[in-house]
Write a protein that binds this ligand. Structure first.
Ligand code: NAI
Ligand code: MG
Length: 368
């Protein structure tokens, strides 16, 4: 069988710095675990604009459609602020998401024990937390028509439309149920069926898909506002949460911050299954290109490393190896390794991006 294929797009700012540490981990899997990836590297964002005058070439777009998974660093930076909207670095990322039709956005909220005191919540509320928010990413109120601002009489009116088709709800629901089967086997669907017709349809369709295809998974429903309260009160009651684009935007940001730093947060965006049965997939850290620290070796590579762990789990079927990598990160933090973003008010001595990579490789070696 052919090796699993991975397209790496480091991008701009700290993107290449954190991706260099992921490359070392990929090499480790080849050398120590015999898991060899066909890795190719490409340009995206400002880096692509500098070389080709476009934030994503047609060739790179085509490769992204063909590989088993894409791993992206970050795009953007002040140097590109003057560019026309049509060639801004962000457009490269948006094109990838749109043309790959990545409708299911996965944002985990996971608490590493060593960072439990970093949270704004009490240790026992967050310690051991491991939940996944699945946000619908390509429809809903950010895309619905009609939209715009117009005059009515002598005042302006702003309009956006929440619109969901059955098939759009069904595919993201399937994505959530599939994930739940690989995790805690529990899905909580959140909408506002009490006040929104799109929410009534959402609840109906999720219930139908569950009855017909996923009755082995435990399903519950919650109004999204109550869900927000429950996330703060006792987040460990959840395993997978599935929700629409708008509620998911808010809930995933809130859930992520239950556990700490932007430098720790991975994400995945999944599309429809490919011929190999696995979904089209783009993995990327939640953070941006961090121009304020770029080029200084200060960036925390963990968000990007954990994004690769998600790729192992969801694109490459290497669930045990994903566990191994996450545990190696946990052990590294437990041993006290901290990049600057992970130092609390009491301070301490930060390590560099490369030193964090080395420490995680050491923990991987120790896991054998
Ligand atoms: P940002 O996420 O780049 O940085 C926000 C703050 O968090 C900065 O102080 C930064 O130093 C820190 N930070 C971020 N990642 C870190 C890491 N791995 N380790 C340590 N500290 C880290 O967001 P910002 O400043 O709003 O945007 C900067 C540029 O990145 C802009 O051009 C923006 O458009 C772009 N951006 C790109 C994204 C992407 O590629 N997906 C997402 C967000 C922003
Ligand atoms: Mg947001």
């Amino acid at each position: 069988m052919a090796n699993p294929s991975l397209l790496i797009l480091p991008g701009d700012g700290i993107g290449p710095e954190v991706m260099a540490e992921v490359r070392r981990i990929i090499d480790w899997y080849g050398e120590k675990r015999g898991i060899v990836f066909d890795v190719e590297e490409g340009l995206v964002g400002g880096a692509s604009y500098d070389a080709h005058g476009t934030p994503l070439t047609d060739e790179t777009m085509a490769r992204a459609q063909e590989v088993d998974a894409v791993l992206l660093g970050a795009v953007g930076g002040p140097k590109y602020d003057v560019l026309d909207f049509s060639v801004k670095p962000e457009r490269g990322l948006l094109r990838l998401r749109k043309e790959m039709d990545l409708f299911s956005n996965l944002r985990p909220a996971q608490c590493f024990d060593a960072l439990a005191d970093f949270s704004s919540l009490k240790r026992d509320v967050v310690a051991g937390l491991d939940i996944m928010i699945v946000r619908e990413l390509t429809s809903g109120v950010y895309f619905g028509e009609p939209r715009g601002i117009h005059m009515e009489g002598n005042e302006r009116v702003g309009i956006n439309t929440q619109r969901y088709t059955e098939s759009e709800i069904a595919r993201v629901a399937r994505s959530a149920f599939e994930l739940a089967r690989k995790r805690g086997n529990k899905v909580c669907s959140m909408e506002k069926a009490n006040v929104m017709e799109s929410g009534i349809l959402w609840r109906d369709v999720v219930t139908e898909i569950h009855e017909k295809e996923y009755s082995d998974v435990e399903l519950s429903h919650m109004y999204a506002d109550a869900g927000a309260m429950q996330l703060c009160r006792w987040p460990k009651q959840f395993d997978v949460i599935v929700t629409d684009n708008l509620f998911g935007d808010l809930l995933s940001d809130a859930a992520a911050m239950l556990t700490g730093s932007l430098g720790m947060l991975p994400s995945a965006s999944l599309g429809l299954p490919m011929a190999n049965g696995r979904p089209k997939a783009l993995y990327e850290p939640v953070h941006g290109s961090a121009p304020d620290i770029a080029g200084q070796g200060k960036a925390n590579p963990i968000a990007c490393i954990l994004s690769f762990a998600m790729a192992l789990r969801y694109s490459f079927g290497q669930v045990d190896e994903a566990d191994r990598l996450e545990k190696a990160v946990d052990a590294t933090l437990a041993a006290g390794a901290r990049t600057a973003d992970l130092l609390g008010p009491e301070g301490g001595t930060p390590i560099s991006t490369a030193e964090m990579g080395t420490a995680i490789l050491g923990a991987l070696d120790a896991s054998l």
